[in-house]
Unconditional design. Structure first.
Lengths: 388, 197
């Protein structure tokens, strides 16, 4: 019995709540929503706070770059691929250059290979730092973003010095890299890396070990091993589910086989294996591994040329190839079909973000809206790569 | 490895006509009859020997008389990868072609097949949610076909106005494209075979 002002208002337990039917409310998340990391629209049907159904709508950034590059010569494609994952452009360029080099049989000089690993790993750190900062914002913490962007800025400054651009570098070219790196720059990277390794531990203790953060991410948005395989997940999402898979180790490209580093996999430390916290944790530990690789790069870098022998007019022999590389957000694959001409006949990109978005309809049902935001953030998508 | 896959498929799926192609340059593929694609994919996915547990990407390629659909399969347990290919003949440029969907084998096929439909007009039979994905639902034509021409108007908006038509002047190989038989005034160019055949 409930009494208000001394009056009985009836026994609530006699109400049969199952008889109260509530309609599903359709809500649009996005296309412009801070938690969708770009222009993604997710139509969610909610029963009060619980999501019953989520449907992603893509294409707001669709530029059909695959069509454009059919009109551009092979070297001219590189600025286009920059604009897919604009937060991991070095990885995009490297994957493309590798595809063409494999078809041409070009040998890349050792110094260029070292520089490529160096910039790719710094890019991985920058990409994961952006994830670190924006993910904390998604979950309502603003200050980690400032810490992360402070460090990221240092990497971007360095890239600007190296290539002239902050995000879209056009730096890794077919056969090598565009610009040589100076000893002074290497020294400054060393200084940054030494400092960063310590800073990152502080960042992690601020965010990853924070009680509120753990409550928001542990046991949320679980991606099981089976689901990860079914959806073709790659990168930190796959490793977060406890699967030991990294192309840099399993199918080494470039000179990765000479480096000593570990593949970080999710451990289910704070909750279930494959939850949001695991994906966050994998990325943080990966940054430490990248630091290790950069260190070895700085020690091992050799003198020499930075550009291999590539013909002035590039004609790729007839045939097809599918090459994939490990980018910050997952595996990036290029399917190139050449008819022997000066432009690609067809260039299809396998985008890891695209496959990760397709997991959302399965992750969402039963989640709270706020947890869904945490899930979208944890798969770390860049819409430029999803829509291409 | 491709030869083993082909002989495995021939014994597992009768009449699939699997043949392995290993070129000198680039990667090879296994070609199967399009009618048996679903059975072949299922066999590769379920076999203990190959265990193709991941479908990485579906990539369609347009040719004058056919559309090829490539399935990039990978086994993350055996560390192998391969290209499974089907050829779908077409008689007219605007015609859509059909092949079985593999969504029930790999869920990743859902979005990937939708994209292939959107871009190349390949209809996937038994797909649970067969819609366009990147272009608007009422878009006309399939952009990645070689003979695609952008429509004039969409929802009252002029989308390819004359003053914005890409003249192609800035293309490095404008004359090459012209030689290939394409109209460089369009954003697209036609097949090479048109000019050289």
């Amino acid at each position: 019995m409930i009494e208000i002002d001394g009056k009985e208002i009836g026994d609530l337990s006699s109400f049969n709540t199952e008889k109260i039917k509530s309609d599903l409310l359709t809500l649009n998340m996005g296309p412009q929503h801070p938690a969708t990391h770009g222009v993604l629209r997710v139509e969610i049907k909610t029963d009060s706070e619980i999501i019953a159904e989520a449907t992603p709508y893509l294409g707001y950034l669709h530029r059909c770059f695959e069509k454009h590059v059919e009109n551009v010569d092979y070297r001219g494609v590189i600025p286009f691929v920059d604009r897919m994952d604009y937060l991991g452009a070095m990885g995009m360029e490297w994957g493309y250059s590798l595809t063409i080099e494999k078809m041409l049989g070009t040998e890349v000089p050792r110094r260029a290979e070292y520089i490529r690993v160096l910039v790719a790993e710094l890019q991985r750190i920058a990409g994961h730092l952006l994830f670190f900062g924006t993910y904390a914002i998604d979950l309502g913490a603003f200050s980690p973003f400032l810490y992360a962007f402070d460090e990221r800025e240092k990497i971007l400054r360095f890239f600007e010095e190296l290539s002239g651009a902050r995000l879209l570098y056009n730096y890794v070219w077919i056969g090598g890299v565009w610009n040589d790196i100076t000893d002074d720059q290497l020294r400054r990277i060393k200084k940054f890396i030494d400092n960063f390794d310590e800073e990152l531990k502080v960042f992690h203790s601020l965010v990853g070990e924070n009680k509120i953060f753990i409550e928001r991410t542990a046991n949320v948005g679980i991606v099981s091993e089976e689901m990860a395989y079914q959806y073709g997940a790659t990168g930190p999402v796959l490793r977060g589910s406890g699967i030991d898979w990294d192309l840099r180790k399993k199918r080494p490209y470039g000179i990765y086989e000479e480096f000593d580093f570990d593949v970080q996999v999710g451990r289910g430390e704070k909750g279930t294996l494959g939850d949001c916290w695991d994906r966050y944790d994998v990325r943080v530990r990966e940054m430490h591994e990248s630091v290790k690789i950069v260190r070895q790069c700085l020690e091992g870098i050799e003198e020499g040329s930075i550009m291999g022998k590539v013909p002035k007019v590039l004609k790729v022999p007839e045939g097809e190839i599918y090459m994939r590389t490990e980018c910050p957000r997952g595996e990036l694959g290029y399917h190139l079909v050449s008819d022997g001409g000066k432009t690609p006949y067809r260039l299809k990109v396998k985008s890891s973000c695209f496959t990760h978005v397709s997991m959302l309809p399965e992750m969402a049902p039963g989640q709270m809206v706020a947890d869904f935001v945490a899930s979208i953030g944890s798969i770390d998508i860049v819409l430029g790569e999803v829509d291409r | 490895m491709l030869n083993e896959v082909a002989s495995f498929l021939n014994s597992a799926v009768s009449g699939c006509g699997a043949t392995a192609h290993t070129p000198e340059v680039g990667h090879g593929h296994v070609l199967v009859e399009s009618a048996h694609l679903h059975a072949c994919a299922k066999a590769l996915n379920e076999s203990d020997e190959f265990d193709m547990n991941v479908l990485q990407v579906v990539s369609g390629v347009d040719y004058p008389e056919r559309i090829e659909v490539n399935y990039m399969l990978a086994s993350f347990t055996k560390n192998t990868e391969m290209i499974l290919k089907v050829k779908l003949p077409k008689t007219s440029p605007t015609e859509t072609v059909e092949v079985d969907s593999v969504v029930d084998i790999w869920k990743s096929a859902n979005f990937l097949e939708r994209e292939t439909y959107d871009m190349l007009g390949v209809v996937f039979k038994n797909h649970p949610d067969h819609r366009r994905i990147l272009c608007p639902e009422d878009w006309e034509g399939f952009p990645l076909r070689k003979d695609y021409v952008v429509q004039k108007e969409w929802e009252g908006m002029e989308i390819n106005p004359a003053h914005k038509v890409n003249s192609g002047d800035h293309f490095f190989f404008k004359d090459v494209i012209a030689k290939m038989g394409g109209d460089e005034k369009k954003v697209t160019y036609s097949w090479k075979s048109d000019a050289e055949a």
